[in-house]
Design a protein around this ligand. Sequence first.
Ligand code: MN
Length: 251
Amino acid sequence: MRILLTNDDGIRAPGLQALALVAAKLGEVWIVAPDRERSACGHSLTMRDPLRVHAWEWPGAKAFEVNGVPADCVNVGRDLMAGEVDLVLSGINAGPNLGFDVTYSGTVAGAMEGCMAGVRSIAISLACFVEGAPRHWETAIEWLDANLRTLIELEMPELTFLNINIPSIAAAEIAGMRICGTGKRVYEDRIERREDPWGRGYYWQGGVAVLHPEGEGTDVDAIGEGTVSVSPLKLDWSCAATVAAIQQQLR
Ligand code: MN
């Protein structure tokens, strides 16, 4: 199996190293990752600037850094691999990608791009919520070693990929896996107005995530309970019910 790895935390990220260790046990590993952190870039593409590719020393894998975002990396990677890609793995992101995060996430976008190209694709994130809190990469590695092969071999409909979030806790505390949909995760105080040393106003976005676990059985819910969430996501944003409802209203 030929596996293409990417991420949005950049080629130096520990999560990518963790993912490479897991992937090496499953097949031939190619790494094509951004040259720096590109978190929250969403499913953007670099179109007005050239993409430069540089080989990167990586024991046991062919690795390249690209001055682009994850979707760029998947496209460059497919070319480098002469189109022979059996699996795209994106991550392991340092932080959760739950609920609405999937639209902001570069990690999820990497899997989306692979999925659109018709390749089995999986996004993987380590759900650590607090800056400076311990990042249990070893938990992610252990869980993926035990479960990833099964998930890869699942029968999946067209244009569908998996989004996995692993709680950042000790492996022994993981309370199993839940196959679930995405919940709501909104941010409080998302945008902050500040002043620079010259008295000019500027904005900085961040904010504290507020989890809404009331939607029973969502990914947000699962992570809150120390469970690994596995959410199948579909690349079809259209709402069939609303198409019919609007047609009905305009009749
Ligand atoms: Mn990231």
